[in-house]
Design a protein around this ligand. Structure first.
Ligand SMILES: NC(=O)c1ccc[n+]([C@@H]2O[C@H](COP(=O)([O-])OP(=O)(O)OC[C@H]3O[C@@H](n4cnc5c(N)ncnc54)[C@H](O)[C@@H]3O)[C@@H](O)[C@H]2O)c1
Ligand SMILES: [Zn+2]
Length: 579
């Protein structure tokens, strides 16, 4: 996009460009025949404008020249005092200024340098010019005076050229048609002030009546009622429900709850409906934050309900799984899986939105009640972050991951994990996530290293009846991508072995019977669909460094699947089932 301060302000590109030439002519010259004018135009205008000019019918060209000369002569007759009054008039102008008003403003500015400097004009009327990346149209945007920050009136001019080739006897005749279209309208520009705090709560204190953090996060009821609303994961409710209710009742607050099951199978649109029903019944006020307490599934469902209820109400995330603490609670995404009646297929996270929470409260003590499989599952997302962004984090996982799973994230001599290691792993993961998300909150840039492990895992998770959790599927995908990187020569076999060992130590699956060449190729096709035309698959070039590639072939996937099978994979999942 180019930004320039306005000197010549035509409402049409052509009109503006011929103005310089035409206004240098006298009124008498106005009567010159078209040949003379065309000659003069040719000398002074760029070829593109000349083309546009030539494409207009003769009658339109004459009308434009006459109208431009009229404008100029009107402007020339304006005095300084008229200019002042006209600029006042503009600041009180109607919401929809006529083009005549705008033309007068332009012309009077051009001639009255003693009354108003170009700089003054540029500040109040800065114009932007850009080319539409889709159509190539030239767009001239002018801020409207009553809302110069966010409303721009625009004119768009685009040229569409077609050519026809016809054979007549022995000769070939080529005819080309150039169509110039122009349009006008408004652009509404928003700058959304998005910020939210991810609060680290002193471990084990979130439900202490003496700790007001949870209460404060839910704000104050606008009509002073002592009530709050919370969506709670069913397992969390079993384990912590009494303490959650006791916390609020100690503050004199009645807590209304909507208890939902966790687990991927529950992440469906009807779970969102259930929350919406309860919110209607509770009559949640427009700015009254509700609580979402649970793992990634509950947070994703609740976030979606928050986004659509009354077109958006605040919600506070309280993650209770390792995966949700380091990943699902930190970003702005929510959503549910969707089963389509037409294709009869289920699609992971197919419907949802980008909607920021009002805040997050992280208390790592919730991890203590998770089973080992779920803790390892959380490590799946942490390994992903380490592989693409931090070799230090990877070393921490290699050294302490296994002991942390064993101790349910407790640290200290008794558990063989140095104090502070759990915090370092959690905090490093969150910081990497935030660093990656911040500049790309709406994912306008589709090459995202945090999508590592999220290309093939989507289909792995959606295989009917598959017993694989999100972090586990991310890890299988992550190791598959390690193999792809190796086969491309990006990383040595030593690095592959090191990563494989670390994943095994963390009890994470490194393969799945569902990971076939067919599923892998279908995943690539889905990635092209989801990432707008290109695969954009993150691979690593060393531990902590990544790139995105878009040229993975079907053969390459076959070779990678075969290569994967040569490793001595452990059946991590059956190990959990038997324990
Ligand atoms: N929105 C995002 O940016 C984002 C990021 C990563 C993952 N996700 C999503 O998160 C989901 C996975 O999250 P998850 O692994 O937390 O799964 P989950 O929410 O299903 O929780 C796993 C299981 O643990 C139980 N549970 C929750 N907290 C517990 C606790 N403290 N103690 C004992 N049991 C507890 C739940 O009831 C559930 O059975 C996936 O659907 C994934 O797509 C979202
Ligand atoms: Zn994920």
């Amino acid at each position: 996009m180019t930004v320039k301060s306005w000197q010549k302000r035509p409402s049409e590109l052509i009109l503006g460009s011929i103005k310089d030439v035409v206004t240098s002519s006298t009124q008498a010259e106005q009567k010159q025949n078209d040949n003379n004018l065309n000659k003069e135009l040719e000398e002074k205008l760029p070829p593109m404008v000349l083309d546009l000019w030539a494409s207009l019918p003769q009658s339109v060209r004459s009308a434009l020249v006459t109208s431009e000369l009229d404008q100029t002569s009107n402007a020339s007759s304006l005095s300084c005092s008229v200019d002042n009054s006209s600029s006042k008039k503009i600041s009180n102008q109607s919401l929809y200024p006529s083009s005549a008003t705008l033309n007068t403003a332009r012309s009077s500015s051009a001639i009255s340098s003693e009354c108003k400097s170009d700089d003054d004009y540029a500040t109040s009327f800065e114009e932007k010019e850009e080319e539409c990346p889709l159509t190539g149209a030239n767009i001239v945007l002018r801020p409207i005076e009553r809302a110069p920050e966010n409303v721009f009136s625009f004119t768009k001019t685009s040229t569409h050229e077609t050519s026809d080739v016809i054979r007549k006897g022995s000769s070939i005749i080529t005819t080309s048609t150039k169509v110039v279209t122009s349009g006008r309208g408004w652009r509404n520009v928003f700058t959304l002030p998005i910020s939210y705090d991810v609060n680290i709560v002193a471990e084990g204190t979130i439900l202490d009546a003496s700790n007001p953090q949870l209460l404060h996060a839910t704000g104050v009821h606008p009509e002073g009622y002592n009530q709050r609303f919370a969506v709670i994961d069913a397992d969390v409710d079993n384990i912590y429900g009494k303490r959650i209710r006791a916390y609020f009742s100690a503050q004199g607050i009645k807590l209304t709850t909507c208890v939902l099951n966790g687990g991927e199978i529950e992440k469906r649109p009807d779970a969102v409906d259930k929350i919406l029903d309860e919110l209607c019944s509770y009559k949640l006020r427009r700015r009254e934050p509700f609580l979402a307490i649970g793992g990634g599934v509950i947070l994703d469902i609740a976030g979606m309900a928050a986004c659509v209820y009354r077109r958006g109400v605040p919600f506070v995330r309280v993650p209770t799984t390792l995966l949700a603490i380091v990943d699902a609670s930190v970003g702005v995404k929510n959503g549910v899986d969707y089963c389509c009646d037409v294709t009869n297929e289920s699609y992971k996270n197919r419907v949802g939105s980008f909607y920021a929470p009002s805040s997050c409260l992280l208390d790592a003590s919730f991890i203590s009640s998770q089973d080992k499989r779920n803790i390892a599952n959380g490590f799946g997302e942490i390994v992903k972050l380490a592989l693409v962004r931090s070799s230090d984090l990877f070393e921490l996982l290699e050294s302490h991951g296994a002991a942390l799973i064993k101790s349910n994230f407790a640290t200290g001599d008794a558990f063989g994990v140095p104090t502070g290691v759990a915090e370092r792993i959690i905090e490093a993961s969150i910081q990497i996530m935030l660093e990656e998300l911040g500049p790309n909150l709406w994912e306008s840039k589709l090459e995202r290293c945090v999508d590592y492990g999220h290309t093939f895992s989507k289909l792995l998770e959606m295989v009917p009846g598959a017993d694989i959790m999100h972090g586990e599927a991310v890890n299988v995908d992550g190791f598959f991508c390690v193999v792809l990187s190796h086969l491309r020569g990006y990383i040595s076999m030593d690095i592959v072995s090191r990563i494989f060992k670390c994943m095994q130590v963390l009890n994470l699956p490194t393969d799945s019977i569902d990971l076939t060449p067919t599923l892998a190729w279908q995943s690539c096709k889905d990635a092209i669909e989801h990432r707008h035309g290109e695969q954009r698959i993150p691979l690593i070039t060393e531990i902590g460094e990544s790139i995105c590639v878009s040229d993975i072939t079907e053969d390459e996937l076959k070779r990678a699947v075969n290569f994967m099978k040569q490793f001595d994979h452990r059946d991590e999942l059956s190990q959990y089932k038997s324990s």
